[in-house]
Design a protein around this ligand. Structure first.
Ligand SMILES: [Ca+2]
Length: 305
């Protein structure tokens, strides 16, 4: 049976690639996308989510809009920054074929999880953790349906952040939500900045994806080129969450205890990792071999339109 998966997302260039990788995988059943602010506000992120589904011929996968603000801080971003004029690299993906579905993302997730078999649904949060923190706080009885979460977020090394010297962007946008999720006791595996940084989209690796020859492979290559140009950086973040679900053996793991700095200081949003000797609910992923990851992506993107 395919793994039932909810992707909590703020598309976003690397979100698009992660979603396509999940949709291409026969091992994964994408139950739907829950949308959170992050790379942009939630409403335009939801539009982008539908455009991503449309491009893969999967327009009917549910899309539910959730938080547009962090739990305690204020989000007032305009524009898409490194994600291009439309948040999807300006590569010409058509306008969304439909609007998002009606129900709020947190209520939708809660309903699914309460009705699910125990520990059966995996969550892949690849934006700020606001929706997930709300889910755990408002719907304690939904927890029974969660198998585990694979999260993109956090910078563990001092000075290794990309939002501030200490904080990764997703954790920095809503550090309070990130800390609630880390403290929840739900099994949590982290793709941090350090996990992702060596997995860089070099021109040769992008060309290997493009050579897969499908429309989506071409779109992924175009997205990566646009992103590398805008960001002056080239690490592949969000797709590693899905790559881990599909090929866990490509990643070395360490057990640890995570918490997140929430005090108003220059370290706000910093991921604090303490080694865990006994089994803990927290797992830290080490960086995989970049060429193996890109070859895997290229192989998988043969299986979409
Ligand atoms: Ca994201």
């Amino acid at each position: 049976m395919a793994l039932p998966l909810i992707i909590d997302t703020d598309p976003g260039v690397d979100d698009a690639i992660a979603i396509w990788l999940a949709l291409a995988a026969p091992e994964i059943d994408v139950l739907g996308l829950s949308i959170v602010f992050g790379n942009g506000h939630a409403a335009p992120c939801a539009e982008n989510a539908v455009r991503i589904l449309d491009a893969a011929g999967r327009s009917r996968v549910p899309v539910h809009i959730g938080a547009d603000q962090p739990l305690q801080r204020t989000y007032a971003r305009t524009g898409w920054g490194v994600h291009g004029a439309d948040g999807l690299g300006g590569i010409g993906l058509p306008a969304a074929s439909r609007k998002a579905d009606d129900a709020d993302a947190v209520a939708w997730m809660a309903q699914l999880l309460k009705a699910a078999a125990p520990s059966s649904i995996t969550l892949a949060p690849i934006g700020p953790l606001t929706n997930i923190a709300r889910l755990l706080q408002r719907h304690p009885d939904a927890r029974q349906g969660i198998k585990e979460m694979i999260v993109m977020g956090g910078a563990a090394a001092p000075g290794g952040g990309n939002a501030t010297p200490h904080a990764e962007y997703n954790f920095w946008l809503d550090p309070h939500a990130a800390d609630i999720v880390c403290a929840s006791g739900v099994p949590l595996t982290l793709v941090t900045i350090e996990t992702a940084r060596p997995v860089s989209a070099t021109p040769a690796r992008i060309a290997r994806i493009e050579a897969a020859g499908t429309k989506i492979a071409k779109a992924v290559a175009d997205l990566l080129r646009a992103y590398v140009h805008e960001a002056k950086a080239d690490a592949l973040f969000d797709p590693l969450v899905v790559a881990y679900l599909l090929r866990p053996g490509l990643f070395m793991k360490t057990h640890a205890h995570f918490r997140v700095e929430t005090g108003e200081s220059r370290e706000l949003g910093r991921l604090i990792v303490q080694p865990g000797s006994t089994p803990t609910p927290h797992t830290l992923l080490q960086a995989p071999d970049p060429d193996t990851i890109f070859d895997f992506l290229a192989e998988r993107f043969r299986h979409l339109p």
